[in-house]
Design a protein around this ligand. Structure first.
Ligand code: PEP
Ligand code: MG
Length: 582
């Protein structure tokens, strides 16, 4: 018996995309309707075009409703993937090409979608970039989804037995995010690369995955035993007893190692060679505090006060604000809380506050500009924050500062607020540190001057990126140009960190970049010792820290700061993170 199994054992090579070892029965889902359909013809072009449009609309609805339904549970990365899929489904060029094929060649809707997408997939697959090859699988997902809707089929993968290793051409983000993958112990796909959405989602859910296995997968039979080694990129079908034993032992060692890593997320974030890093949370109110602390945050690096203002029917009073801030400060258990003054305008309106209609709201009446033109309201917030400072460690921070003049105006109003409280005999922390968000290129360039007049900087990479690269952060058409790791961004961030060090003030990053584990060692190597991010990112960033060394961080910073193009930087950091099991 063993002998037969030994003879039957087959190894298939793929790309290790998500670490770990899965052992289970194969659940084979191979769809192949696209090939046979590419030759189908019609004499009802108008009807086929309608079918295509209807299927696209339905596909967009499916993705958008998943985004809405999972708003609270979805990670930013998962949302980005789905938003990119909507963008692809809406692509005017795709629509024009499909309609032209139906009109000119009498293709059916399904055949036209297949042909147009397959051509694009081949084109992308030939490119010399891991990232762009990964995009081929996004196009495939888009094509499969439209075709499924043309055929009127519902989502598949609903009946997978527990412990299965899923074998598929590819898995669309919609399938991965909308279906229960708890029964899936591993994923093996014919297509895809390390940065394809299947790979990203598998990593996010800690499911071992081997992608890009090609036609080798065709030998796998439904229900037979399969091993997927997502660390090394091997798939073993019909494993011999010896192979099975060896992989069971490796899986045990791997699982043990992962358990140890996750248990360390409650301790101090320290590199192997002893460099300590502070990890804090970005929050919007007291409701976020318990998660933040449970996931290892040692304080709040950014408390966005907008939610309080948005959830009221009118401006919250000073007392209401004080109560809200005080609750956060008390729940922080002695850890510092950095409260940012109101940052409305741009993409954040207040229903009861009449903001002007503007051509370019992000370049208009926003954040500190509003506060400074409404000094009475601003004083209310400043007094509320000062009063909360009597209950713990509070720091105050001003958003969207472009230079010294604004900062001095803010400080002068803060001074006035202190006097008002003093004259009323109300307690506050007279030493409350004052800081600024560095989120405009102007502030980044003026960091040397600003550093002399504040106690800390917090780098807002979200806005800094949009203003530096002239890319609206909310505009889907230019999403691909929004690159927080652009060399210009790294130069600005480097200057801010250097100036903070020179003037001996604290500096942290609180934009989304802080939660990207690929950038963790890079930023540490550039001199950063403090990060603030959404609480859910803390464990993975902590893992990047405790698995890395400061020496390696310095090397990464030196390599990356030498690079001139963002693709090269992204590829280097992705590869580097994969090598370190991040
Ligand atoms: C930022 O701009 O990076 C930031 C953290 O602020 P927000 O995202 O609230 O604009
Ligand atoms: Mg901002």
């Amino acid at each position: 018996m063993t002998q037969t199994l030994k003879e039957n054992q087959k190894m298939i090579e793929g790309i290790g995309a998500s670490h770990g070892i899965a052992i289970g029965h194969a659940y084979v889902r191979v769809k192949n309707h696209s090939k046979e359909a590419t030759v189908a013809k019609t004499d009802d072009a108008e009807g086929e075009i309608q079918k295509f449009r209807h299927a696209v609309n339905r596909s967009i609805d499916e993705v958008e409703s998943l985004i809405r339904k999972s708003r609270m549970t979805m990670t930013d990365e998962e949302r980005d993937i789905l938003e990119m899929q909507v963008e692809m489904l809406s692509d005017p060029q795709l629509h024009a090409d499909v309609v032209a094929l139906i009109n000119n060649e009498n293709s059916t809707a399904q055949a036209a979608v297949s042909t147009v997408c397959d051509q694009l997939i081949v084109l992308l697959g030939e490119l010399d970039s891991d990232y762009l090859r990964g995009r081929a699988s996004d196009v495939r997902a888009c094509s499969e989804q439209i075709i499924r809707n043309i055929r009127g089929e519902s989502l598949s993968l609903t009946d997978i037995p527990a412990g299965s290793v899923l074998v598929a051409d590819d898995i669309t983000p919609l399938e991965a995010l909308s279906l229960d993958l708890t029964n899936v112990s591993g994923i093996v796909t014919r297509f895809g690369g390390r940065t394809s959405h299947t790979a990203i989602l598998a990593r996010a859910r800690n499911i071992p995955a081997v992608v890009g296995c090609g036609d080798g997968l065709s030998i796998i039979l439904q229900g037979e035993m399969l091993i997927a080694d997502g660390s090394e990129g091997h798939v073993c079908a019909r494993p011999s007893d010896e192979t099975m034993q060896a992989f069971v032992m490796r899986r045990r060692a791997f699982d043990q190692e992962r358990k140890e890593l996750l248990s360390q997320t409650t301790g101090v974030a320290k590199t192997i060679d002893g460099r300590e890093v502070r990890l804090q949370a970005n929050i919007s109110g007291p409701q976020d505090m318990s998660d933040a602390l449970a996931l290892g945050a040692t304080g709040v690096g950014l408390f966005r006060t907008e939610l309080l203002f948005m959830s009221h029917g009118n401006f919250p009073t000073e007392d209401e604000q004080f109560g809200y801030y005080r609750k956060v400060v008390e729940e922080a258990n002695g850890h510092p809380v950095t409260i940012r003054t109101l940052d409305i305008g741009g993409d954040k309106p207040l229903p009861y506050f009449d903001l002007p209609r503007e051509e370019n709201p992000f370049l208009g009446y926003r954040a500190i500009r509003i506060s400074l033109r409404e000094p009475d309201r601003f004083l209310e917030q400043l007094r509320a924050i000062l009063r909360a400072s009597a209950y713990g460690k509070v720091r105050i921070m001003f958003p969207m500062i472009v230079g010294l003049q604004e900062l001095r105006q803010c400080k002068s109003l803060l001074h006035e607020a202190r006097h008002q409280l003093l004259s009323q005999g109300v307690a506050f922390d007279a030493q409350m540190p004052v800081g600024v968000m560095i989120e405009t290129p102007a502030a980044a360039i003026m960091a040397d001057r600003l550093a002399r007049e504040v106690e800390f900087f917090s780098i807002g990479t979200n806005d800094l990126c949009q203003y530096t690269l002239a890319v609206d952060r909310g505009n889907k058409i230019v999403t691909s140009l929004y690159e927080p790791l652009h060399p210009s961004m790294l130069r600005l961030i480097g200057n801010i960190i250097d100036q903070a060090a020179l003037h001996k003030i604290d500096v942290s990053v609180c934009g989304e970049l802080a939660g990207d584990p690929r950038a963790t060692l890079l930023l540490i190597g550039m001199g950063l010792g403090s990060f603030s991010m959404s609480a859910s990112s803390i464990p993975v960033v902590k893992r990047a820290i405790i698995q890395g060394t400061h020496m390696r961080a310095l090397q990464i910073a030196s390599d990356v700061l030498d690079m001139n193009d963002t693709d090269q930087i992204n590829e280097y950091l992705t590869e580097e993170a994969l090598n370190r099991n991040i």
